[in-house]
Design a binder for this molecule. Structure first.
Ligand SMILES: [Zn+2]
Length: 523
């Protein structure tokens, strides 16, 4: 199959090389980007004002009239400056690599536009989230996630990192074999992603405790329990022990080994939910599996205060001491950091996934994005609780937040923002070859219209600072055409969303009838 593109965003090394030379390169060239290289190399060189941008990691840019040849889901040829031929699928506007949504909790989508009536806080938002989580079953979650992943695909997402923690039945017991077995929920997400046409990295989340206590241990390292047990509404998140978590995830990896559209990675929910020895065990599992490890980090000041009270150190330092930082790790949010935290994350090459629309929505604060990048942390983006499902908006939000925080424009140039949304995000999801329109990469393409009321008249090279999900016309994921002319192959996605969300809330409300939930004022 071949696609003829009016304009294509090509990676910097393809632009810098002799015409044809870099692009005709054997897959080996692309594979030189082992995960570490991609993570460490790409974004740094492209920072505005950083010298040396002409080599590997040079900014990408727009080239006209390009044919992209695809076979078996991969790009096998990139030919610029050629006219369309009869057999080509034509893609207008500007074609970018597929977007990576590096941090998602699919079911949170059902909270969109329902949590603003009385202001509330992160913690009251979380109570609504728990009510919703209680209503999920594998069947219901499959329908909801199918709609949510389809909405993401409409906006150009071709790979999603699903930070998945609703593992078990509501009382915390595993689903029996007759109901899909202990990984029934993960299987529901795999099915949903397949129907929606997106690649899935399932970040299977270890979630063992209900929050931090506030009692510091004594000098000998013994003392009162620092972590509380799971609350009843958290019971279905927990596997009991880190060993039981690892056994379940090992089984999932084995079951999915032959499916090249999915990957299994690890997540530790947070230092609130996973104690230091358990963090070390999860990190060890991820290293041995060669799988990405994600962890929520310092989204709210409350987490820092609780960690300092219980352990005398910041959450970042706890992760460091547990051996959980490094190039295979992605910290999510990283909003409230000390200078020492930024240095630890950067020096270890730990990635950071920013979720600007969520961080605005939940009044989290502004992460030190540029400082992290300069310290050595590659950045990616995610839509997290899905106040929007628009990866372009997240990438643009990183620069917008930096402008508001510093009073200066242009910390992140357009090429760097495209990298955050594409190659850096895919690398954080264990897909180091993806997110580039280059030979050997997965055939993930997103056509963004330049003739809508939002994009008419813009410089195509600045499209990432302007366009949004509504401007995406066509999406190709792994060589499959998932979206064509703004229509998802699954049909009416708004209707799918409305029906699935209505069904889930109806179930949540019927569960809540008669239930007495004591107000929780802690984390
Ligand atoms: Zn999250």
């Amino acid at each position: 199959m071949s696609f003829w593109c009016e304009r294509v965003w090509l990676p910097g090394d393809a632009l810098a090389g002799a015409p044809g030379g870099a692009m005709a390169g054997a897959p080996g060239g692309a594979m030189a980007g082992a995960p570490g290289d991609v993570l460490a190399g790409a974004p740094g060189g492209a920072v505005a004002g950083a010298p040396g941008g002409a080599e590997a990691g040079a900014p990408g840019g727009v080239v006209e009239s390009v044919r992209v040849e695809v076979a078996e889901g991969r790009i096998v040829g990139v030919e610029p400056g050629v006219p369309a031929s009869g057999g080509d699928v034509r893609l207008g506007g500007v074609v970018l690599p597929g977007f990576a949504n590096a941090h998602s909790h699919a079911f949170h989508r059902a909270l969109r536009g329902r949590t603003h009536a009385d202001g509330g806080s992160f913690w009251t938002w979380r109570q609504g989230m728990y009510a919703l989580a209680a209503a999920l079953t594998p069947e219901r979650y499959e329908r909801l996630a199918r709609a949510v992943f389809a909405e993401m695909a409409l906006g150009g997402t071709t790979a999603v990192g699903e930070f998945h923690y609703v593992h078990h039945r509501a009382d915390g017991t595993p689903y029996p074999a007759a109901e899909g077995g202990p990984n029934a929920m993960a299987e529901a997400l795999r099915s949903a992603a397949r129907h929606a046409g997106v690649h899935l990295t399932l970040l299977d989340t270890c979630y063992l405790h209900g929050g931090l206590g506030t009692t510091r241990v004594d000098a000998a390292g013994v003392g009162p329990e620092r972590h509380k047990p799971l609350a009843p509404e958290q019971a279905r998140f927990g596997d009991g022990t880190v060993e039981a978590w690892a056994r379940r995830v090992d089984a999932l990896r084995a079951a999915w080994a032959d499916d090249d559209r999915v990957l299994v990675g690890a997540a530790a929910h947070s230092v609130r939910a996973v104690a230091p020895p358990e963090l070390a065990a999860v990190a060890r599992w991820a290293r041995e599996a060669g799988a990405p490890l994600h962890v929520h980090l310092s989204e709210q000041p409350g987490e820092n205060e609780a960690a300092l009270a219980a352990f005398g150190v910041t959450p970042t330092r706890l992760l460091h001491d547990a051996g959980a930082l490094g190039p295979g790790t992605t910290a999510v949010h990283a909003v409230h950091l000390t200078d020492a935290d930024v240095a630890l994350l950067g020096a270890s090459g730990t990635g950071v996934c920013l979720c600007p629309t969520t961080e605005r929505d939940l009044a989290d604060g502004i992460a030190p994005g540029l400082r992290l990048l300069r310290a050595g942390s590659p950045l990616s983006v995610g839509t997290d609780q899905h106040v929007g499902a628009d990866v372009l908006a997240e990438a643009r939000g990183v620069e917008e937040h930096e402008r508001l925080a510093t009073g200066r424009r242009g910390a992140f140039d357009p090429a760097t923002l495209v990298e955050l949304a594409t190659s850096a995000g895919h690398a954080a999801l264990g897909r180091p070859l993806a997110g580039r329109i280059a030979v050997g990469a997965p055939a993930d393409l997103v056509a963004v219209r330049l003739d809508t009321v939002r994009t008419a008249g813009i410089d195509p090279a600045q499209v990432v600072l302007v366009a949004g999900a509504a401007d995406v016309s066509d999406v190709v994921a792994g060589g499959e055409i998932v979206v064509r002319g703004g229509e998802h192959r699954a049909g009416d996605v708004a209707r799918m969303l409305a029906e699935a969300i209505e069904e889930t809330w109806s179930a949540a409300e019927s569960l809540a009838v008669g239930a007495t939930v004591a107000p929780r004022t802690d984390s």
